[in-house]
Design a protein around this ligand. Structure first.
Ligand SMILES: [Zn+2]
Length: 129
């Protein structure tokens, strides 16, 4: 691994705790949002556990890999495909390829160090339902 790759891997987003943003988002999305990752920031309703930080850092790394904007577009497409398939937003959320990677690995302490670039691609077309 080159020095740049190592440096990118160790980058983390800014964590903002006790924020109202997840509360507002919960009103317009089908799930109860606890924490939300967008760009270089993560907003959380309360204090973040290590697991939540890891989950959101996985999303941050996914965004880095896709230059942020492409991640948002693919996330929306993946969610929409799930919505068409399952007919509800909650199942669409859990079947989004980016969420599947994050949920599968957020409990693993060293995942961010050992994670391969574009690991989320392994979840394309592998529904959990
Ligand atoms: Zn997530």
């Amino acid at each position: 691994m080159t020095e740049i790759e190592q440096m990118l891997k160790s980058l983390k987003p800014f964590f903002i705790e006790n924020s109202k943003i997840p509360v507002w988002l919960s009103k317009i999305t089908p799930i109860d949002v606890w924490a939300y990752s967008f760009g270089i920031w993560v907003w959380c309703r309360g204090e973040m556990s290590e697991k939540t930080k890891r989950h959101e850092t996985i999303h941050f790394q996914q965004q880095l890999e896709l230059g942020f904007i492409l991640h948002w577009i693919l996330y929306a497409l993946s969610w929409t495909a799930g919505y068409i398939r399952y007919g509800n937003g909650r199942d669409a959320y859990y079947n989004c390829m980016f969420e599947k990677e994050a949920h599968d690995w957020d409990g693993e302490e060293d995942y961010l160090q050992k994670r391969e670039r574009y690991a989320w691609t392994k979840y394309i077309g592998r529904p959990v339902l």
